[in-house]
Design a protein around this ligand. Structure first.
Ligand code: ZN
Length: 99
């Protein structure tokens, strides 16, 4: 059933939804833009994985190379874990016929 392969409305992952369960949820902020209680949700099996996926999904339109500092935690009771996420473009080659 192809219909079943879709984007999860909760975590944003592409998956077979009938057998999908979201990865653990984290609270995340962009250090220079968000207040500490103004966090968004990120999903991943650990803090680093969730932080990377959050930046990948939300900021992939950036000019490269770029980096962003994010703070992430499990709940309000936890300390923030801090990550600098680096974005690099991958070289790509193409040809165009010229006169
Ligand atoms: Zn999900």
């Amino acid at each position: 059933m192809l219909d079943d392969f879709n984007r999860c409305k909760i975590c944003g992952e592409w998956a077979w939804l009938s057998s999908h369960s979201c990865k653990p949820r984290w609270q995340i902020i962009r250090k220079d833009y968000d207040e500490e209680d103004d966090y968004e949700n990120a999903y991943g099996h650990d803090a680093e994985n969730a932080a990377i996926k959050y930046v990948e999904e939300n900021f992939s339109y950036w000019e490269y190379p770029e980096d962003i500092e994010v703070w992430i935690r499990k709940t309000e009771d936890d300390q923030w874990e801090k990550f600098a996420i680096y974005v690099e473009s991958v070289p790509s080659f193409s040809a165009e016929r010229i006169e």
